[in-house]
Write a protein that binds this ligand. Structure first.
Ligand code: ATP
Length: 478
């Protein structure tokens, strides 16, 4: 399908917006239904002012350009259907990844089965063959950026860090690492991508190549099969040192077939990574013994990740809503974030359905489902409304904690390494949450100010959830 502009301008009034699927540093992604086709989409809404303030215009435009180049020829990518804008925002109408991302499945099942690891690595390799044939390096491949479509096939996403190599240089890039000064947008002492998956050449002041994605493929193979990342550490500095020294290990029980593949991908010299010297498709990857049981011309249906995958994520778009995304709609959709697995505004329910509107039965049902959450034992049987890793700062030190905002209200925090409850931020009507930026936020209690940092950039969402809960419990007192 051609881009929107070439057919007819679209706008928010062509869609019914159902819920917030997630938030990035510069965007909010909504589930929406096209009123003309009834097809569900994920619509990424980007605030222009925020993007300009944070100097991310280039990244957003690059993402759009990459998605445009990819088109719909290869099934393993999120597809861009339309783009449009209004005075304040840009809108990207994307394919809806109904089944979440690979990371959530790894976390849920501690790791993927060998069959799933093989199958999804194969889909990823086919995707990379196409991506690289289009002279695009992804540069931020990680399980979080591998989404699942409704049929449990992979959709590679997040091209904000991607690099488009000019076609005359394509071959050179495929086989050579080129010097930094040819890549003006990459700053010294910084890197694009994510610490644990970044390749040594991207750290060592040289530029990325197609083989940088092969390094990430090795990291992903390790994590899919084993559940953990190969390079971890208490700080980015430690992680980088480990990457540069190729300092990682395999446990005794690490699956042997994947181990060999990982060892051939996690190679410091980019040209020596398996596949890096291949001319067209990644034949040496395809021929690796781990994949010997696959038919690369037809991978067949995906193996089941688990018996219960089907019930995982059911999000409805109510059909009693008006199309469009006016401020009232936005606040309604954001309030729905308060529920842990929100199916917002079921038909006939009031427009501002939120946690206060949940019936006791619904709370009980959610509590029952929560029992499979490994942090359930810390919250004294209270319903978790929001959870996530937060760096809790004290003096010079920063500790990673799992924060759990629950009914009660409570805000517990747990050491995720020792799995012990470390404490609770005391609630009262005087509690106040304030975001400094997308990562840093403060919680004020009468006796203390907590310095918190959400590495994922959801500080605003945390503050909103805390303030909403405060209003729920204490609004009568003020
Ligand atoms: P950042 O901008 O900080 O790198 P991000 O790339 O995850 O973060 P977005 O692309 O805006 O930011 O996505 C935000 C969230 O929305 C994702 O984490 C995911 O949960 C959800 N999401 C994004 N795209 C889709 C999609 N096509 N289908 C379903 N959910 C999606």
């Amino acid at each position: 399908m051609p881009p929107a502009e070439e057919v007819r301008k679209r706008s928010t009034s062509d869609y019914i917006f159902g819920k917030v699927l997630g938030e990035g540093s510069f965007s909010t992604v909504y589930l929406a239904k096209d009123i003309h086709t009834n097809k569900e989409h994920a619509i990424k809404v980007v605030e222009k002012a925020h993007v300009i303030r944070e100097k991310k215009t280039e990244a957003i435009m690059r993402e759009k350009e990459v998605l445009r180049i990819l088109g719909n020829a290869c099934p393993y990518f999120v597809r861009l259907y339309w783009t449009f804008q209004d005075s304040d925002r840009l809108y990207f109408v994307l394919s809806y990844a109904k089944n979440g991302d690979v990371l959530s499945q790894i976390d849920k099942h501690t790791h993927l089965s060998i069959e799933c690891t093989r199958y999804y690595l194969a889909e990823l390799i086919l995707g990379l063959e196409y991506l690289h044939s289009k002279n695009i390096i992804h540069r931020d491949l990680k399980p979080e950026n591998l989404l699942f479509d409704e049929n449990w096939h992979i959709l590679i996403t997040d091209f904000g860090s991607a690099k488009i190599v000019s076609s005359e240089n394509g071959h050179e890039e495929r086989n050579n690492i080129r010097s930094e000064n040819k890549y003006p947008y990459r700053r010294r002492n910084s890197f694009v991508g994510t610490a644990q998956f970044v390749s040594p050449e991207m750290l060592a002041e040289t530029a990325s190549s197609f083989a940088s994605d092969l390094w990430a493929l090795g990291c992903i193979a390790y994590q899919m099969a084993y559940g953990q990342m190969p390079f971890t550490g208490g700080s980015e500095y430690i992680i980088f040192q480990k990457i540069l020294k190729l300092d990682y290990t395999f446990s005794e029980d690490f699956p042997r077939g994947v181990k060999d593949l990982v060892e051939q991908l996690l190679v410091l010299e980019p040209n020596n990574r398996l596949g890096a010297r291949d001319e067209r498709c990644y034949s040496s990857l395809r021929q690796h013994s781990f994949f010997s049981v696959l038919n690369w011309d037809d991978l067949g249906p995906p193996p089941k990740i688990s018996e219960d995958t089907v019930e995982d994520m059911v999000h409805e778009i109510p059909d009693d809503l008006e199309p469009g995304l006016d401020p009232e709609q936005v606040s309604r959709l954001h309030l729905s974030l308060l529920t842990p697995n929100p199916v917002v505004n079921r038909k006939k329910s009031p427009p501002n359905r939120k946690i206060t509107d949940l019936t006791d039965t619904e709370i009980q049902q959610r509590l029952e489902a929560q029992k499979t959450n490994i942090y359930h034992s810390f919250v004294e049987d209270n319903l978790i409304l929001k959870q996530g890793f937060i760096d809790k700062k004290k003096g010079l030190f920063s500790r990673k904690r799992m924060f759990l905002l629950t009914l009660g209200p409570h805000l517990y925090y747990v050491d995720p390494v020792t799995m012990t409850l470390k404490g609770e931020i005391p609630w009262s009507s005087d509690i106040k949450a304030e975001a400094k930026n997308f990562k840093t936020f403060f919680i004020y209690t009468p006796n203390r100010k907590y310095y918190l940092e959400d590495p994922e950039g959801y500080a605003l969402e945390w503050c909103k959830a805390i303030e909403d809960l405060k209003n729920y419990y204490f609004s009568d007192e003020t």
